[in-house]
Design a protein around this ligand. Structure first.
Ligand SMILES: [Zn+2]
Length: 177
């Protein structure tokens, strides 16, 4: 059974055009991603928006038809129910560190520390750092402009005072004559 184009598009837009497991966008991938049944159809998963995820080809390939059938089978992280931080801690070297059994299993199953993804996270981190620095630079420039304006106002005030002083002095001299 194939999904209706409308449902497919709804899942795609809901995910903001990015893989809900690894964060790769259509722009990164250079094309459309896929729609994944979190509970696979062969395991009884429905074509329901709550069971559908936008997913890159890699993650879909590695996830395949996994579904826990035994009580001891580990659970896969469901991005529609929990944020990634619930199970995986992003490190500054671009890798993810599992903090729950679900995180450990998902990381291994979907290979979320695959080199291309790690490099991609590092790239995003450096872009975020650049943006932060640029923002700070703008703040400093704004502060300097503000200081310049204040300084100009003070100079103007100073000049007016000098003028006033001269006037008073002239009056005093004239009175003294
Ligand atoms: Zn992915």
């Amino acid at each position: 059974m194939t999904l209706s184009a409308r449902l497919w598009e709804r899942v795609r837009q809901r995910a903001a055009f990015a893989c809900e497991y690894c964060g790769i966008t259509e722009t990164d991938a250079g094309g459309l991603l896929t729609v994944d049944h979190f509970q696979p159809q062969v395991r009884g998963g429905a074509d329901d928006p709550t069971n559908l995820l936008y997913c890159c080809h890699r993650c879909n390939l590695y996830k395949a038809d996994y579904w826990p059938t035994q009580p001891t089978d580990p659970n896969l992280w469901n991005p529609r129910e929990e944020t990634v931080e619930t199970h995986l801690l992003p490190l500054t070297n671009g890798t993810l560190y599992p903090i729950t059994p679900t995180g450990t299993f998902t990381l291994r199953r979907l290979r979320l520390n695959r080199p291309a993804l790690t490099a991609h996270r590092l790239f995003r981190q450096s872009r975020a750092e650049e943006r932060r620095l640029l923002e700070r630079y703008r703040e400093v420039v704004n502060l300097l402009e503000q200081l310049n304006r204040q300084q100009a106002a003070l100079l103007e005030e100073h000049r007016a005072l000098l003028e006033e002083q001269r006037t008073v002095l002239r009056l005093l001299l004239q009175t003294g004559e």
